[in-house]
Design a protein around this ligand. Sequence first.
Ligand SMILES: [Zn+2]
Length: 137
Amino acid sequence: MVLPIADSRLVFPILHKQGIKKLHELSVTEEILKIAVRHGQKNGAKKIVRIYLAIGDLSDLIDEWVQRYFDYLAKDSIAQNAKLEIERVPITGLCDKCDKPFVVDKVKMDFHCPDCGEKGAELLKGREFTVKSIEIE
Ligand SMILES: [Zn+2]
């Protein structure tokens, strides 16, 4: 059974180059585990099999490390051996001038609007860190 999780957005200071604190896999993973276990227990889960996450591309978290920390932290909990399914959300800008959304290349980080060339774009997506749903038994 897959349980959607509504209020699962993690609030972290995400962080990009300009000297902002780096998100650490361990603290993020602790939050994921807490949310998953809380929702699992509330719904009478014996076991959490999978956890579905959405992570914005602005985050430099490494999927493999998130899973490794998770395996370590989840030991002896109902989420032991749960598999993390991570969906990456592309960085998306919204042009200030023509109001069109566009995907921003992660490496180039070029926020010029491909339509009108305007540089003033607002960050629409890319910072998210969400536990979307969990699969329980
Ligand atoms: Zn534009």
